[in-house]
Design a protein around this ligand. Structure first.
Ligand code: ZN
Length: 316
């Protein structure tokens, strides 16, 4: 769990991380969440009375308007946890609740890569692919809190790969860091292939997406093909979103950001061929800027918005 204190301009004033220890149950987890908040406030040299509002962002599945975590696959014993109300009662402050991927997108929109954008799609490339969609300061939550699942848009249905979600043909099954390693490993297993990745597959921890990108950079043909295909899949995903909502900006976040400008150029090149000419020319395709701080900065952005909403409605 990570908590940070953020000022009105989106600047982080300090943050703290504590282990979730999900197996110790939800009561422990909720108390740990409050403790992380207290420690973050102390780390920023502030008192709880200096805080205007709190934003909590968690993984799904969830009911965002109700403030409840329903059945999160990575917090196994947790079920139907009223996170927002718990935190709100504890600190007696306006408390906002959001999906963590949506929050990261809102953080980038408020204080990172999307600062100048009016609308934005974020893809976070990690073990899976998360993301969020922001349109005119609105976080697209969807009617059932399942909006902006950009990792699970379908990009291949003829001979689809199975996704971590159990379904088939999702972007995540092709372009997450995990999928990059999987595709590289499959290519390496083919008879007679030469690649510097061969030696790396047996190292401790096995092959990583970072190895594949580094080998491609160093001129390895097999790795270069894997990276090129990854750029293509991401361009297909980006184009689908561009043709749906026509955003100002498409932002890529997560570990693959380390791949640098050339990877972004490859994605842009494919988008130029796949998308309609006007969005292909005008939509900015960039990397995220906030790194792993995007989540709590975005949660703070949700809290800030709630705080201002309360003030305006109480004036009426
Ligand atoms: Zn999926």
């Amino acid at each position: 769990m990570k908590a940070g204190v953020v000022d009105d301009s989106g600047r982080s004033m300090g943050n703290v991380s504590l282990p979730t220890e999900a197996h110790r149950g939800q009561e422990f987890g909720l108390e740990r969440m409050c403790e992380t908040i207290r420690q973050a406030v102390a780390a920023a040299n502030l008192k709880m009375s200096d805080i205007a509002a709190i934003g909590v962002a968690t993984p799904g599945t969830m009911d965002i308007p109700a403030g409840i975590i329903l059945d999160p696959p990575n917090l196994k014993p947790w079920r139907n946890v009223p996170v927002r109300d718990y935190v709100q009662k504890k600190f007696k402050l306006p408390t906002a609740f959001q999906n963590d991927a949506n929050a990261a997108a809102y953080g980038e929109y408020w204080a990172g890569a999307g600062k100048q954008a009016r609308s934005m799609v974020l893809f976070t490339l990690g073990t899976g692919i998360g993301g969020g969609i922001i349109i005119g300061d609105m976080v697209l939550e969807g009617e059932h809190s399942h909006g902006a699942e950009v990792g699970h848009i379908k990009i291949e249905m003829t001979k689809p790969r199975q996704c971590g979600c159990g379904r088939w043909g999702c972007l995540e099954a092709y372009a997450s860091a995990t999928a990059v390693v999987k595709r590289a490993t499959e290519s390496l297993a083919k008879r007679g292939v030469k690649s510097q990745l061969k030696g790396l597959a047996n190292k401790e921890g096995g092959l990583t997406a970072r190895d594949v990108f580094a080998a491609a950079e160093a001129g390895d043909a097999l790795a270069a093909e894997i990276v090129e295909d990854t750029a293509y899949y991401l361009a297909v995903g980006a184009t689908n979103l561009m043709h749906t909502i026509d955003p100002d900006m498409v932002v890529f976040a997560g570990g693959m950001v380390a791949a640098g400008e050339s990877f972004l150029q490859q994605i842009r090149k494919h988008v130029a061929q796949l998308a309609f000419p006007v969005p292909a020319e005008k939509t900015q395709i960039v990397y995220a800027q906030l790194g792993s701080d995007a989540g709590y900065i975005g949660a703070a952005a949700c809290a800030r918005r709630l705080y201002h909403q309360r003030r305006t409605s109480s004036k009426k």
